[in-house]
Design a protein around this ligand. Structure first.
Ligand SMILES: Cc1cc2nc3c(=O)[nH]c(=O)nc-3n(C[C@H](O)[C@H](O)[C@H](O)COP(=O)(O)O)c2cc1C
Length: 405
């Protein structure tokens, strides 16, 4: 029972995804947590307080000016008598209220009055999520220390709508809550980290792209493990099929140039770990329309141009993080290449691995790495990618806490 004895205040606001909050309540209680629900007026249009209260086995709080609940200033009690607050779904409107410090209803008043960790699971139409006003509000809330899980990309409840805006699935939210409630030591508390993960896709035309076999498993595991040690992690992920890791704020990108932009936007940071298999080259001019096969003309030539080198750019950046870690995926001369990379790219250490097909590392669940730094080469045994990530996160915490600030 990973959440045994934990008291979770669950705020449900008014989006279609409110139905998933019912399942979330069950999953949290299954893990030993108690769930105290607060519902906005909007939420009650989507699911009933009766269903929420029955699943939570608790009173459902809905009204700021309730004569019964407010006899002893109940909203302040609600805000404090819990170990954390989860808002699922979090509407665009509620996030806007939070970002502006509004307190016109019970949910926003509790969120303004609390001194507990707050996790938001946003859910909205992709256009609402992408709107500059929502982007500003999310940025403000992040700076205020609010944590986020999702939203995810995918199909919307509205027909013919897809994109980023789906609420994270209940089990993903549970994993984030578990990460937030983990009582283990947090040697990276107060530190910020940027991690890149996955491949990049470099467009040839609107339907074709150049890619590589990176699955994102190693980078995502590193992001999750840095978060587990208390770091505030921004994960910049290329296109992958695995879920966003618990506890990290994930930004989805496609190309190397988008990845560099997202990484630069996330600066300043204390730690940067560049795990993504970034394409070295892209097509110089990608076509606006699908390139057609023309009878007798042979294949269309692909003229390549160099992509930005993200590790090198950040390794020599004016805002260089205190600790910069690069990955070197090689198929030959692994150590020599890693050593050369260390100096050239301005990294503190390089995690080198042999990704020749016979190793099964690219896309697989295990990894065998060597840590190359100015102090020498450390040979790690064959480990699961999660074990490599846990060791690396511990190693990063140790190096950073040793380094003068
Ligand atoms: C059918 C329907 C679905 C909606 N879905 C969402 C949604 O998924 N996300 C969102 O931010 N707002 C959604 N809204 C708009 C919110 O309900 C509206 O902004 C409301 O004021 C939110 O109030 P609350 O944040 O207090 O719950 C939806 C509205 C309707 C009528």
């Amino acid at each position: 029972m990973t959440l045994s004895g934990k008291r979770i205040l669950l705020i449900i606001s008014g989006g279609i995804a409110a139905y998933k909050a019912l399942d979330l309540i069950r999953r949290l209680r299954e893990r030993g947590a108690s769930v105290r629900p607060v519902m906005t007026a909007g939420a009650q249009e989507f699911v009933t307080p009766l269903a929420v209260g029955a699943l939570a086995a608790d009173h459902v709080y809905t009204d700021l000016f309730s004569r019964e609940d407010e006899q002893d200033v109940g909203h302040i009690r609600l805000a404090r008598d819990c170990d954390m607050i989860c808002v699922a779904p979090a509407t665009a409107d509620l996030m806007a209220r939070m970002a502006h410090g509004l307190a016109g209803d019970l949910a926003s008043t509790v969120l303004l009055a609390t001194n507990r960790p707050v996790l938001l699971a946003p859910a909205m139409n992709p256009a609402m999520w992408a709107h500059p006003a929502t982007r500003r509000n999310v940025e403000t809330l992040r700076k205020d220390g609010i944590r986020f899980i999702g939203p995810m990309a995918g199909e919307m409840a509205e027909s013919n709508e897809a994109g980023e805006g789906r609420m994270a699935e209940p089990l993903q939210i549970v994993a984030s809550i578990e990460a937030l409630m983990d009582d283990a030591p947090k040697p990276l508390a107060g530190r910020t980290a940027i991690v890149t993960s996955g491949p990049t896709h470099e467009p040839i035309d609107p339907v074709r792209y150049i890619a590589n076999r990176s699955s994102g498993k190693q980078g995502h595991a590193i992001a999750a493990n840095l978060a587990r040690l208390g770091a505030d992690v921004t994960l910049v992920s290329g296109p992958v099929t695995i879920p966003d890791p618990a506890g990290a704020n994930t930004i989805h990108v496609e190309s190397a140039r988008e990845m560099l932009e997202a990484v630069t936007d996330a600066l300043p940071a204390d730690i940067a770990v560049f795990v993504a298999a970034v394409a070295d080259w892209r097509v110089a001019t990608s076509a606006d329309n699908k390139i057609k096969k023309k009878e007798g003309e042979g294949p269309a030539p692909l003229v390549l141009t160099e992509n930005p080198d993200i590790l090198k750019t950040i390794g020599h950046h004016a805002d260089r993080p205190k600790l910069v870690v690069g990955f070197a995926a090689e198929t030959a001369d692994v150590i020599a290449n890693a050593r050369a990379k260390l100096a050239r790219k301005g990294a503190d250490f390089i995690v080198a691995n042999d990704v020749s097909p016979q190793t099964g590392i690219m896309g697989g669940d295990r990894n065998r790495v060597r840590i190359v730094s100015n102090d020498g080469v450390e040979d790690w045994p064959d480990l699961s990618k999660d074990e490599v990530a846990a060791r690396l996160a511990a190693r990063i915490a140790e190096s950073l806490n040793r380094k003068p600030l």
